[in-house]
Write a protein that binds this ligand. Structure first.
Ligand code: 6R9
Length: 655
């Protein structure tokens, strides 16, 4: 039996390939022999994490520093969880002071490489000093515990410093990806009611300057809560500064004292808000808290990446996404790892850039996204073969389903058939990795994320909440709370209840379709809601539709995803012109970039005279997906008000 929800997403060849894949790739004996977690240990610990969660999580949490120990591990009043209740801690203290205290002060914490080739490194002691100064600077600007601070930065060390400085004083950071537009930025500042914005004069992307401060200035025209803008000088490009409101990072942080005590925070004190797309219009402010998130990212980084003392760990995600939060900053620093941050594009100045970074910094662990892997694969094996990739010992994938072909290429060409590949499924909402194989414990099955992490109890269900057996496609749910789960949607608890715990009573609804095989491996095939995954980035179809209809030439719009060899999925927009207007595709693409960001720009625009609607006026996106993919129309068209519209749309050339 297959849940009907699953038969409806786009007929994607990648997904077909994943479901018919049967290769099994065991870890090498050499890797398995040294691994931090063996198969037996995984089984023993996983069992314990479900049978005795209090004992299991207490042991993990006890490896970290608490200013006050918790009274109770979990208080679960569905759908609200409190973890390590009554405990007090500070995640920045655990990432920095604690590591310095255990002798890692002189160890390199961050190796940063700018797109222009500049390299800056800092040790744990240096990073701690910088974070203390930044914490004092934020306090001097009036930021108090609980206040929200928005970050709109390129991937520079100051991004990590600013996040940790907020965490140190109990301010709640909200990082907005530097590729987002002015209105996306002001919406997020307003939703969070941020007091301070930290930005940079500009970032560098493919050799060009991205003038973030100019966007920030425009955004700040509509953000009454904003009192101060702190500007990092990254590009020396004469950013305009407004007297009384704007200050330079190097002035305020430079002048600040190096003395600072991390503030003891309640385990449930908010740590950050991160906006992500949902199936309805407005992005959701996913709210994470301190103790549980800390324990979850600490444990998963260590176990999944098999972290050791001498690793050089590189997660290529920008801090604007959750992967950058959990696995470029918090998780690896909590573990005292050496982290590589690279500011620029994978193809600047050419497609060898990632491999040059690996070679130059002797990267041992690489964590990146399928969309990047597919782009590299397209460029052929020759480019990576020019570089010495022998330092690599483990590879990871995240962000979207990885097709077996890309998996095998990654394994063979980048990993030299020596490095295990971990495919990690998780979400902004889950805070930390939920499904994966552990590199020394489990064989990998290309295309399948794998088994649950400790404490995670997944199931495949129908919409009605009926649990499905092996090989049946259905909806991926999680049956019990876990420490790093989101606590609410900022300012909209009702939306939290409805979207995650209201869809199927009693379980967390992830919004993904999946199936589980006879060995318990879970293959996640993609979203079952109106969320697109373009190059590993989540976009709501509604968000793009609202941007489209905000343009005077468009009366109505429907957006769907189309399978794409590189991006996974790309944006196809069906638009109905406003009478008396012509739709100019160039203008429309520029408009969407301006409203949301370049990543939401439609790849194809189909100018239509009508959209397929039911008699009750609901757009049948299922048919639009089939048309966008160039497939034959399948399914019952009888509920359509005008079935002829489908043939007309299929015959229309996209622009
Ligand atoms: C971490 C992150 C979450 C959505 C998720 C799913 C997709 C992420 C995946 C994967 C298959 C994987 N996704 N990892 N699908 N296999 N290994 O990406 O968070 O940006 O919130 O996206 O991404 O559809 O629901 P986020």
């Amino acid at each position: 039996m297959t849940d009907p929800a699953l038969s409806q997403p786009s007929p994607n060849d990648h997904i077909d390939a994943m479901l018919h894949e049967n290769r099994v790739i065991p870890p090498s004996e050499e890797f398995a022999a040294r691994a931090r977690v063996s198969r037996e240990q995984y089984e023993e610990r996983y069992r314990r994490s479900l049978d005795d969660p209090d004992g299991f999580w207490s042991e993990v949490a006890d490896e970290l520093a608490w200013m006050r120990r918790w009274d109770e591990v979990l208080d679960w009043q569905e759908p609200h969880a409190r973890w390590f209740v009554g405990g007090q801690t500070n995640i920045a203290y655990n990432a920095l002071d604690r590591n310095v205290a255990r002798g890692l002060g002189d160890k390199t914490a961050i190796i940063w490489e700018g797109e222009d080739g500049t390299v800056r490194t800092s040790t744990y002691s240096e990073l701690l000093r910088e974070v203390k100064k930044a914490a004092n600077a934020l306090t001097s600007l009036g930021v108090q515990q609980g206040d929200r601070v928005t970050l709109y930065l390129p991937l520079i060390p100051e991004a990590a410093v600013a996040m940790l400085a907020c965490a140190r004083i109990g301010a709640v950071h909200s990082v907005v990806f530097g590729g987002f537009s002015v209105s996306a930025l002001s919406d997020r500042i307003n939703d969070a009611q941020s007091k301070v914005l930290i930005t940079a004069d500009a970032g560098q992307r493919r050799g060009a300057l991205v003038r973030l401060k100019e966007n920030a200035d425009q955004a700040a025209q509509n953000t009454p809560s904003l009192e101060k803008i702190v500007v990092v000088c990254r590009a020396n490009c004469d950013a305009p500064m407004q007297e009384g409101r704007d200050v330079w990072w190097h002035d305020v942080v430079g002048a600040a004292s190096e003395e600072h005590e991390a503030v003891p925070l309640d385990s449930e004190h908010p740590l950050f808000i991160l906006y992500t797309s949902g199936s309805t219009g407005k992005p959701k402010g996913v709210q994470h808290t301190t103790g549980g998130y800390m324990v979850g990212t600490y444990l998963t980084t260590q176990a999944v990446f098999d972290l050791r003392e001498d690793d050089v760990y590189w997660c290529t995600a920008d801090v604007g996404w959750v992967t950058g939060h959990s696995y470029s900053v918090y998780g690896p620093l909590l573990n005292g790892a050496t982290v590589v941050l690279y500011e620029g594009a994978p193809n600047h100045p050419d497609w060898g850039r990632f491999w040059e970074v690996v070679q130059k910094h002797r990267v041992t662990i690489l964590y990146t996204a399928p969309t990047a892997i597919r782009s590299f694969m397209r460029q052929g094996d020759e480019i990576p073969s020019r570089y010495d990739l022998s330092s690599l010992r483990l590879l990871g994938s995240v962000g979207e389903p990885i097709n077996p072909e890309a998996w095998m290429w990654y394994y063979r060409v980048i990993g030299g058939e020596r490095c295990p590949v971990v495919d990690t499924w998780w979400q902004t909402e889950t805070g930390a990795i939920m499904l994966t194989t552990l590199p020394g414990a489990h064989p990998s099955k290309p295309g399948s994320a794998g088994l649950p992490m400790f404490g995670v109890e997944p199931a495949i269900m129908t919409h009605a909440g009926e649990e499905l057996g092996p090989d049946d496609g259905g909806l991926l749910v999680i049956k019990r709370p876990w420490p790093s789960m989101l606590r609410t949607v900022y300012g909209d608890d009702e939306r939290y209840r409805k979207s995650y715990w209201g869809e199927i009573p009693g379980v967390y609804f992830a919004g993904d379709g999946a199936r589980r095989d006879h060995e318990g491996y879970i293959t996640v095939v993609g979203r079952v809601d109106d969320v697109l995954n373009v190059s590993g980035h989540r976009l709501g179809t509604m968000e793009i539709e609202s941007a489209l209809v905000a343009h005077p030439s468009i009366a109505e719009a429907a957006v769907v995803g189309r399978p794409d060899d590189v991006k996974g999925e790309c944006v196809v927009a069906f638009v109905l012109p406003q009478s008396g207007f012509e739709v100019d595709p160039k203008v429309i693409r520029a408009h969407v970039s301006k409203e949301i960001g370049a990543l939401a720009r439609p790849d194809a625009i189909i100018i239509a005279d009508a959209l397929p609607k039911t008699r009750s006026g609901k757009i049948m996106r299922r048919f639009l997906r089939q048309i966008a993919a160039g497939k034959e129309i399948q399914g019952d068209t009888s509920t359509l008000e005008d079935p002829g519209v489908l043939d007309r749309l299929a015959a229309t050339q996209a622009v």
